[in-house]
Design a protein around this ligand. Structure first.
Ligand SMILES: NC(=O)c1ccc[n+]([C@@H]2O[C@H](COP(=O)([O-])OP(=O)(O)OC[C@H]3O[C@@H](n4cnc5c(N)ncnc54)[C@H](OP(=O)(O)O)[C@@H]3O)[C@@H](O)[C@H]2O)c1
Length: 359
């Protein structure tokens, strides 16, 4: 499959590309200089040039505070670009993968036992959430073959590009090193998503789509294929929640990291005392049972994710530390162009998901 990717240096996309490197798909990844998604002409040209089977919209503008004063930019990146992309994908039988957020929900009227499932109608509280929900709807309306993955509290070693290469756990680790008093919000219940786990799940789903498409494309050529299709190799498009298992607050997360480092200078604060006065949902934990039901995927607990992240992060900062993460050896990025092409011969990735207790 040919896969066209925007926002190639993004935190989540970086890990998706690393995982795709274990597959035999052909990757055409672009950074903002190579393909600015606000430039619709260039989007069309690039699409026509690549003729992708799958489009991954990694480009996103998601700094919650900034967006309140930069609505035009947020609309261009998070909504308008998706309008063009979704139509291109629809016209060219291309699967569109897009990312959204738990901030599409307002945090009211939900059961706090299981989290919010995909049937709940969003009602975002801030402009960021509004633009991401609108983006989801554009994808859904204009492109039949789509997946909107809603993730939450993303963390990976690359750090979020939009947040200058940081994320919450990276900031906490830095504050511990600087011996600062850590203050973290304790009245927002949510989930977090380790980019490495999410990337493995997403690539697993891409591989299934690819297999499924091959079956369908060969349908008319081989009668035996009918039996395979009947045996249930269906692929379900739509919106999917994708987070590590378990609900937590930012304080729980900070405390867990502090405990790991045996650090005690930490205080719980309320959201109203947080530096930002932008509204955030008090409850935005996502129920991820749909992705389990349709794809058999459940990500490990958030505690497991954080411990593996710390190991991975230690290895990045000090490569001599022992870690459990293996970087693919044949991964390369061309230096003289922002569009990069990867060829792989190492398949499949070691994708393993643990099945945790049902909610
Ligand atoms: N981070 C979180 O905590 C979080 C939580 C919930 C949901 N999400 C969602 O998850 C997704 C991935 O988040 P992330 O943290 O991995 O993102 P990220 O690291 O900030 O990456 C976003 C990428 O988008 C690129 N970009 C921005 N404007 C662009 C444009 N006009 N044209 C082309 N590329 C553009 C950026 O390019 P540059 O490298 O040039 O800046 C960057 O590489 C997003 O859709 C986000 O809304 C994130």
């Amino acid at each position: 499959m040919k896969i066209l990717i925007t926002g190639m240096y993004g935190q989540l996309v970086t890990d998706i590309i690393k995982q795709l490197n274990y597959t035999d798909h052909d990757i055409f990844a672009f950074d903002r200089n190579g393909l600015d998604v606000a430039d619709h002409e260039n989007l069309k040209k690039t699409f026509d040039l690549v003729e992708p089977d799958i489009f991954i919209q990694g480009a996103s503008y998601h700094v919650v505070e900034d967006i309140e004063n930069n609505i035009d930019k947020a609309v261009k990146v998070n909504i308008s670009s998706l309008h063009t992309i979704a139509k291109l994908c629809q016209e060219n039988d291309c699967l569109l993968i897009n990312f959204s957020t738990n901030y599409v929900f307002d945090g009211d009227h939900y059961s706090e036992d299981c989290g919010i499932n995909e049937n709940v109608i969003p009602n975002p509280l801030n402009i960021y959430g509004i633009t991401k929900y609108a983006g989801e709807q554009v994808v859904e309306k204009y492109c039949e073959k789509h997946i909107n993955f809603r993730v939450a509290g993303l963390f990976g070693i690359t750090g979020s590009r939009a947040k200058k290469g940081t994320n919450f756990p990276i900031n906490i680790i830095k504050e511990i090193k600087e011996q600062k008093i850590i203050k973290a919000v304790s009245d927002q219940l949510m989930n977090i998503t380790y980019t490495l786990d999410a990337a493995k799940a997403i690539v697993d789903i891409i591989n299934r789509y690819s297999e499924n498409k091959k079956v369908i494309d060969n349908f008319s050529k081989d009668k035996n294929i009918i039996r395979i299709v009947e045996n249930g190799k269906s692929f379900k498009y739509g919106t999917y929640h994708l987070t590590n298992t378990g609900m937590l607050t930012w304080y729980d997360l900070a405390k867990f990291i502090c405990d790991y480092y045996n650090y005690h200078k930490i205080e719980a604060i309320e959201n109203k005392n947080f530096y930002s006065n932008i509204k955030r949902p008090k409850f935005s934990a996502l129920d991820c049972s749909k992705i389990q039901e349709n794809f058999g995927i459940t990500l490990q607990t958030w505690q497991s994710g954080i411990i593996r992240f710390i190991n991975e992060y230690k290895n990045k900062v000090n490569p001599k530390d022992k870690v459990d993460f293996i970087f693919p050896t044949n991964f390369s990025v061309s230096a003289n162009t922002s569009a990069s092409y990867y060829n792989k011969d190492d398949y499949p990735p070691s994708t393993k998901f643990s099945i945790s207790d049902d909610c």
